[in-house]
Each structure stands twice: as C-alpha cells, then as structure tokens.
Design a protein around this ligand. Structure first.
Ligand code: ADE
Length: 230
C-alpha cells in the first residue's frame, strides 16, 4: 500500500513512521509512505500556500493553486483509491474505516490547516473527509499520522501474529479484555486464577466475558452495537 501525505509542516510527520511496527512495515515493503511539502508546489515567489478568505470570515484559507498542483502531479503518476482531507467536520474515524482503508492500494491524505481549504478542492478532488474526533487540532498532521498508523498495522503481513489485529479492541464492537504477565503475584496483587489454569476453553470464555463486561461499563454505545441494536 502507498500513502502520500500532503502537508505544510512535514517536520511533524518525520518521526511517527520511523519506529516499531510502521517502520518494519516500510522495511518489508508492505507500506510506502511519502511526505510532500505543499510549499514546494506553490507558484508564489514566497512559496505562499494560503490567502485571505472571501467575505467576512476571519483567518487564512489554504489556496487552491498548490493543492491542485500536487494532486495533479500525483494522480498523473498513478491511480488513487481515495483522496482524503483531514478536517474536524469530516466523518469520525473508527476501526471500520481503518479496516476498509487498509484494503486500498494508493491513498492521498491532505492535511488541513488554518481556517480550512478553498471549497473548490473539496468539491472537485477530495473523495473522503475524515475527523479523528470531536475536538479541534491546530492542523491535520496528527490526524494523518493517526489514520496512517491505524491503517498500516492492518495490512496483511504487518503484524507478526496474524490473529492479533483480529482480537483488537473494536473489531467486533468489544473492548479488549484485561491482560497480565509474570509474576503471577506481585506485592499481594494476583493474576486471576483462571489464567493460570491451563484450560484454554475456560480462558477463552473468561476473556470474552471480561470484554463484554468492560464494554458494557465503559462504552455503552459500543455495547448496544455488540448486542445488535444498531
Ligand atoms: N484538523 C483539526 N482538527 C481535526 C480533527 N479533529 N480531525 C481531523 N483533522 C483535524
């Protein structure tokens, strides 16, 4: 899978993809991630990428020219399945959206900034608008990093244990059960007996019950979905 991220702040995206699982996914050539500096596509002599908004609105708006140029450049080279814009007024991102994006071949993520982008970009080029939650960030870079991280780890072959993405929280509208490691007892705090029983069936049942209980208590919205009440 190839992900092209367009940003005015490439420095923010230098680190998130150079560690751990995402780094290994790139090394194994399961994911290619390219960061494009929007300023390099500006025809302005000062490499300006924003301008005053028409009408009375306060704040600067990302201009159409550099964005059109970078998108045209990339789409002339290959076909993209989605051109995503990160924005607080997009559809709220979730595990289902991550699953579906992980099946795509090529995607572009355009990071929003300032008071937004010229609407003509949204109307003519963007195929998907994503928010990572109901709060406002200073820019879309962290949102792009979150989307990329959650999608890349789902690409087949990225996680070493094939089942581990399947047992993630949210995959079946359930939170994950609690986990423990050695020692079995630490300063009087004990690991539940069932996990030491060696009985796989009992352990599986316990994990499932714990996941259901946790979800019911912490995320009643998810619990209703799990129970089939859409
Ligand atoms: N840009 C600013 N806030 C955002 C959010 N919540 N999600 C995605 N992009 C954003």
């Amino acid at each position: 899978m190839r992900i092209d991220i367009i940003t005015v702040l490439p420095e923010i995206l230098e680190s998130p993809f150079n560690h751990s699982i995402i780094k290994r996914a790139k090394e194994k050539e399961l994911a290619e991630i390219y960061i494009h500096n929007l300023r390099e596509y500006s025809d302005d002599k000062h490499r300006k990428v924003d301008d005053y908004s028409y009408g009375k609105g306060a704040g600067m708006v990302m201009a159409i020219q550099p964005i059109e140029k970078v998108i045209e450049t990339l789409t002339a080279e290959r076909k993209y399945d989605e051109i995503i814009f990160t924005t607080p007024d997009g559809a709220v991102f979730n595990q289902q959206a991550a699953n579906s994006l992980s099946l795509k071949e090529n995607i572009i993520i355009l990071c929003g900034h300032y008071k937004g982008i010229d609407q003509r970009i949204r109307d003519h080029y963007i195929t998907m608008e994503i928010s990572i939650g109901d709060y406002v960030l200073t820019g879309g870079e962290l949102a792009a990093a979150i989307i990329t991280d959650s999608v890349v780890r789902l690409i087949p072959g990225v996680l070493s244990d094939e089942t581990s993405a399947l047992t993630d929280s949210f995959q079946d509208n359930l939170l994950s059960p609690p986990v423990y490691t050695r020692p079995a007892e630490y300063k009087g705090m004990k690991v539940p007996d069932v996990l030491l029983s060696g009985n796989d069936k009992l352990v599986d049942n316990w994990k499932h019950d714990q996941a259901v209980e946790r979800t019911k208590k912490l995320r009643p919205d998810l619990y209703r979905k799990f129970m089939g009440e859409k």
